[in-house]
Structure formats: structure tokens, C-alpha cells
Design a protein around this ligand. Structure first.
Ligand code: DC
Length: 212
């Protein structure tokens, strides 16, 4: 089974996807990390983030062994990811990797922006996670502080709003809820409640019944 989790930045979709994968014994891919790795490669090279040739090369040379690099979690890497991810050729190069991951047994949970719409349009379960932007900014600030980084919540909020806008309005695979995705509003849910809500959705789909 393939479970597609999409949503805007810092909506909590990543944690939710990881916990859901643990629950079902599936593999998990945070697809944002792929774009972060490409963006980070360009930042490291001091290159212009809109340099298509370089971004495509970085995508082709993607090394999953670097996905655990903590530098990829930074606000800067997230911004860079948002810029390079708007380049259609970059998305094209990364498509295969994601689809192969999804198709590998025993099952997979992928989280990102376009999993339910483009990468795995036939996923058995699709969940679109949303949360109020202020709540998302607050969560990101807490995360940054827990890593010992400085966190200016107002700036994080401005960045989140700008990033959502870029991700939603780009021509190539924009962030959007698939027609057959379930909406999960994570604003007032803690991690445990969010995971429970997601499991309820998966179970309802498995049982072949409509969610009430
Ligand atoms: O989920 P995240 O914050 O790690 O994602 C970083 C950026 O990568 C996001 O702003 C847009 C891009 N992205 C994408 O375009 N498609 C995906 N499936 C995942 C992320």
C-alpha cells in the first residue's frame, strides 16, 4: 500500500508520515529532503539558485546517504529547496527515485507537496495536512530552538507564508489537495492526536467505507 501525505511547510506532515510508517511497518520518504539536498548543493557551491543546469546536475547526483545531514533542516536549506523545486527539469529528474521508493515492498508513506497529485496519483490513501500559519511558525520556532538555533518567530511566519505562496503558485506540480485526498486539519492536534486521526483515515479507506 502507498500512503501519500501532502501539505504546506511545517504543517506537521513529516512527523505524521514517519509515525504512520512506523505504525504500519512501511518505509518512509520525506521528499522535501530531496529538494533540500539539491538546494543545499547549490548553496554550498555559492551558485545562483535559479541556475537550471547546476540544479539539474545536483539532482542527478543526488546521494541518499546525505539525507541525514542536519544542515538540510535549516530555514535556509528549506528556502533554497523551494526555489530549485520550481524548476520543472529538476522535478523530472527526481520523479523516478520517488516512484521507485514508493513501489518497493512492503509499502510506503511519502510526504511532500505533489505526492497525491503527481508522484503517486494511484496511492490507496491520500491525506492533505493543513494547519494555521501562525501555529506552524510557532512549531518551527520551537524546533529551531531545540536545535540550539536562533529563532525569530515573526520572520519564520513571513518565510512560511512566502514559501507556501511560491509552492502553491508554481507552474510545475504546485502544492494542492488531490481531488480524492482527505483533509486533515492539524491546527489543534498534538502529534499523538494527529497520528490517530491519520490512522483512522487509513483504516476507513481499508475497510472500504466512507469516513464520517
Ligand atoms: O517539506 P519541506 O519543508 O522539507 O520542503 C522543502 C521545499 O521543497 C518546499 O518548500 C517545496 C519543495 N518540495 C516540493 O516541491 N515537492 C515535494 N514533494 C516536497 C518538497
Amino acid at each position: 500500500m502507498i500512503i501519500a501525505i501532502d501539505g504546506p511547510a511545517a504543517s506537521g506532515k513529516g512527523t505524521l508520515a514517519r509515525k504512520l510508517a512506523q505504525h504500519y511497518g512501511y518505509r518512509h520518504l520525506d521528499t522535501g529532503v530531496i529538494y533540500r539536498a539539491v538546494g543545499y548543493a547549490l548553496l554550498q557551491a555559492g551558485a545562483d539558485l535559479r541556475d537550471e543546469a547546476l540544479a539539474v546536475r545536483a539532482a542527478m547526483e543526488l546521494d541518499p546517504d546525505t539525507f541525514g545531514n542536519p544542515a538540510l533542516k535549516s530555514q535556509k536549506a528549506g528556502e533554497a529547496a523551494s526555489v530549485v523545486s520550481a524548476i520543472p527539469r529538476v522535478r523530472e529528474v527526481l520523479l523516478d527515485f520517488q516512484r521507485r521508493f514508493a513501489a518497493t515492498p512492503p509499502g510506503a508513506v511519502l510526504d511532500g507537496r505533489d505526492i497525491g497529485t503527481v508522484i503517486c496519483p494511484d496511492a490507496e490513501v491520500k491525506i492533505f495536512v493543513v494547519a494555521d500559519a501562525k501555529v506552524r511558525a510557532h512549531r518551527r520556532a520551537l524546533e529551531a530552538k531545540s536545535r540550539g538555533e536562533e529563532a525569530d518567530e515573526a520572520k519564520i511566519l513571513a518565510d512560511i507564508i512566502q514559501r507556501d505562496e511560491r509552492d502553491r503558485t508554481r507552474a510545475s506540480a504546485p502544492l494542492k489537495q488531490a481531488a480524492d485526498a482527505y483533509l486533515l486539519d492539524n491546527t489543534n492536534l498534538d502529534i499523538e492526536a494527529g497520528v490517530r486521526a491519520a490512522i483512522d483515515i487509513v483504516e476507513a479507506v481499508r475497510a472500504g467505507r466512507q469516513r464520517v
